[in-house]
Design a protein around this ligand. Structure first.
Ligand SMILES: [Zn+2]
Length: 64
């Protein structure tokens, strides 16, 4: 089940893309989540997925 998520500017639904960005004076890469139609940025995420990395470490250490 998917929820229709609309761009706050052009209101087109479910049309988002990510783009890696570097922000001045910030030492880590970010992923900007943008509208695929009008390029409005709606969110930023950390480029590296810490949850996925943690799962790999747990599996490697066999601590589950
Ligand atoms: Zn848009």
């Amino acid at each position: 089940m998917f929820t229709n998520i609309k761009c706050p500017k052009c209101e087109r639904a479910n049309n988002f893309v990510s783009e890696v960005v570097e922000v001045r004076d910030y030492n880590f890469k970010l992923s900007a989540i943008k509208c695929g139609s009008c390029n409005t940025v709606v969110s930023f995420l950390e480029y590296y997925n810490n949850g996925a990395l943690l799962q790999k470490i747990i599996k490697f250490l066999k601590i589950r």
